[in-house]
Structure formats: structure tokens, C-alpha cells
Design a protein around this ligand. Structure first.
Ligand code: MG
Length: 385
């Protein structure tokens, strides 16, 4: 990435707010490339390949997992960052790390762990992603975690309740939780990853939904955006097989969405620059309203697609059946380790805060490891992997 080509409002790695523990520069890599490399080499990143996105990992080899989802978010994010002259390396680092804190079994796993931890400080996957990169990765001699830059950590901490923010700010007054107390936005790169995440899953969940047979192509016609795209592809390529028609439809939808986001964001940034008496900078972005955006018609289309996916896929009886089993696995694992901490590795068994250590240990598991542990500790086999 050519740093001199960055827009004035981009996050420039030469002006990073730095790492909690200062390190010597690692030329020729810039500080955000270095963050990205640390994330790729982390244990938590490798585990994403065996973690559920929507479908439990063993249901099929072709469905997205959290790893392929994260790669798709990074790809979309990078190409939009390049068009907007933002920091591609920072976008990639945030995208690859954004789901590191996810439990096994997708949102059902998170809900179960949240319920188990209700009396012990709660559990939230965004906070857990930050905890993974700040504390839980154990690879470096001089520090716990990955010692990432402020900007990468700021992007990872996408949401945070006031209660959690107060606790984090007490420990780190200038840290990434401060904005949840004082208001304000994260960098443009972080805002971009949030939207790339939504774009990626709304598109790939349609693909996986159809591939699994839980959604039919006929149902897609309930979503005007897909219906129009589908009809246009069929008109241009009569007789093309259904899978390729669907891929072509989704491909066109994504590239139209990328084009809209780039144009809308460019316009919002030009307006912000126009209203400012001096060059608009990355720090001005943090004091501004959200600037990475889609146009109103696209926002409405994207919302319709999301509602469709909720109704027809995420709440499909086959999905909810599997996720209910996943919830049972997590809940029973939590009780088993609370009662018998010695069943965990020593670094978790001997930790100062036992419920947190159990949550950390379970959150780090892959779907199949969680299932195997559940069977070992309860003697029951809920489903096969
Ligand atoms: Mg995601």
C-alpha cells in the first residue's frame, strides 16, 4: 500500500496511536500490516475454520465458516478501501479479527454463554474478540495477547454496553472503549468493515441457504432486489443452470452495492470536507456522524434482504433445531467445567476468576471440539461430527 496515496481522512500507520506496549518498528512492514500478520498467525484465527457461521461445520463442506466469512469481509473491505483511498491494511486486520471472539455454534453459542455468565460479568462476542487479541493469545515472550495498535483494537470493539465500557475505561482510560462513554465514531476503516460484514453475510447466506435446500430459488422472489437481478440474468442467459444464475445474481448485487457505498461515502466525505475550515482528518472522523454509508434506496433493499434471511433461514426449523442442540452443549459444558475445573488445561483451571476462565475456554473451542468435550464429560452424544 502506498501510504502517500492515502486520503487525508484515512488512518495513516505513520500516525498510529500505537500499541499498549511500545515495540520497535518492523520495516518494511507498516504497523497495521504487522497487526494483520499477527492476526493471521494467531491460534484463534485458525480455529475460525471450524466455527459455525449459520450452518454447523459438519453439515457440509461447501458452507461458509467463520474463516471464509472473515476472508470475504476482508476482500470486500479491501476493494472498497482502495477505491476510497483508505488504509487497506487496517481494513484487512480488522476484518480478519472481527469474529475471533465468536463461540462455537454461532449466535446460539453466544446466547448460551451470555446466560451462563449473567451473574459473572456477562459475555459478548465483540468484547471477547478484543479479549482474545489483548490477553488470551499466548504466543509472544514479552506480552500476553498480540499487542495490536489502537486503531485495530478500536475496529474490533464494534459494540460495547455502557457497563462494559466503564469497566474497560477504568483499566485503560484512553482505550477503544472510551467512545462508548463519550459518543463518537471509530475510524472510517472500522466503519467500512462493519458494512462489509453485513454485505458479505447477506449475500453468502442466500447462497448457502439455497445450497442447503432451506431456501428455494422461488422464495428469493420475495426480495425485489434478488427478483430483479435474477430476472435480468435469466433474460441475458436463457437456459443457464440455476446455480450459475444465482451466483451471477449475487455477484452483480455485491458489485452494485460496492459501487453505491463507494459513491455515497465519497459524497459524505466531500460534504464533511466542504463544511470544515481546515483539512478533514482521521480524528475529525471520530468526532463526526457516521460517514461510511449506502444511499437510502440501497439501505432499504439491504434491510429487506436481512428481514427475509431472518424469517426464512435463521429461523428455519432445521437451523433452530441444530442451534438449540448447540445451546445445550454450551450450557452443559459450562456447568461441567464449573464443577470440575481440573477438566480444563491448567492455565484455565488455575485462573483467578473461575467463571471467566470457563467462558474463555469454551468460547475458544471449535464446534467439533465442543461436541467431543461435551460427550466426554456428560457421556451423551447429541449429534455426530
Ligand atoms: Mg462477521
Amino acid at each position: 500500500m502506498n501510504l502517500d496515496a492515502l486520503a487525508p481522512w484515512a488512518s495513516d500507520p505513520r500516525r498510529t496511536r500505537g500499541r499498549r506496549l511500545t515495540e520497535r518498528p518492523a520495516a518494511p512492514r507498516n504497523e497495521h500490516e504487522r497487526d494483520r500478520d499477527r492476526i493471521v498467525h494467531s491460534t484463534a484465527f485458525r480455529r475460525l475454520v471450524y466455527k459455525t457461521q449459520v450452518f454447523i461445520n459438519h453439515e457440509g463442506d461447501l458452507f461458509r465458516t467463520r474463516l471464509t466469512h472473515s476472508l470475504e469481509v476482508a476482500q470486500l473491505g479491501r476493494s472498497m478501501a482502495r477505491a476510497l483511498r483508505l488504509n487497506e491494511d487496517l481494513v484487512e486486520a480488522i476484518a480478519l479479527a472481527h469474529d475471533l471472539g465468536h463461540t462455537p455454534f454461532g449466535h446460539a453459542g453466544q446466547d448460551a454463554l451470555q446466560a451462563c455468565m449473567a451473574e459473572h460479568g456477562g459475555f459478548e462476542h465483540n468484547l471477547q474478540s478484543l479479549r482474545v487479541v489483548d490477553r488470551l493469545e499466548a504466543r509472544y515472550a514479552a506480552f500476553d495477547g498480540l499487542n495490536l495498535t489502537f486503531e485495530t483494537r478500536e475496529g474490533i470493539l464494534k459494540h460495547c454496553t455502557r457497563r462494559h465500557a466503564e469497566r474497560l475505561v477504568a483499566a485503560e482510560p484512553d482505550g477503544p472503549a472510551q467512545r462508548f462513554l463519550q459518543g463518537g465514531q471509530p475510524s472510517l476503516e472500522a466503519q467500512l468493515v462493519n458494512l462489509a460484514d453485513e454485505m458479505a453475510y447477506s449475500s453468502h447466506d442466500v447462497d448457502d441457504g439455497v445450497r442447503s435446500g432451506l431456501i428455494t430459488v422461488a422464495q428469493l422472489h420475495e426480495v425485489p432486489l434478488l427478483a430483479q437481478g435474477h430476472a435480468a440474468v435469466l433474460a441475458e442467459h436463457p437456459g443457464l443452470n440455476a446455480r450459475r444464475v444465482l451466483h451471477e445474481t449475487l455477484r452483480r448485487m455485491l458489485s452494485a452495492q460496492v459501487g453505491d457505498l463507494v459513491a455515497s461515502t465519497e459524497a459524505a466525505l466531500q460534504a464533511a470536507q466542504g463544511a470544515s475550515a481546515r483539512p478533514f482528518t482521521a480524528d475529525d472522523v471520530r468526532r463526526s456522524s457516521p460517514l461510511v454509508c449506502m444511499s437510502e434506496p440501497w439501505r432499504a433493499q439491504a434491510a429487506t434482504l436481512k428481514r427475509f434471511l431472518f424469517r426464512e433461514l435463521y429461523r428455519h426449523p432445521r437451523v433452530t433445531h441444530m442451534t438449540a442442540l448447540g445451546r445445550t452443549v454450551i450450557t452443559e459444558l459450562f456447568s461441567a467445567y464449573r464443577d470440575r475445573p481440573a477438566e480444563m488445561p491448567p492455565e484455565f483451571a488455575d485462573a483467578a476468576d473461575p467463571p471467566r476462565a470457563v467462558a474463555d475456554y469454551i468460547a475458544g473451542m471449535t464446534d467439533r471440539f465442543a461436541l467431543r468435550e461435551h460427550q466426554r464429560l456428560t457421556g451423551r452424544r447429541l449429534f455426530d461430527v
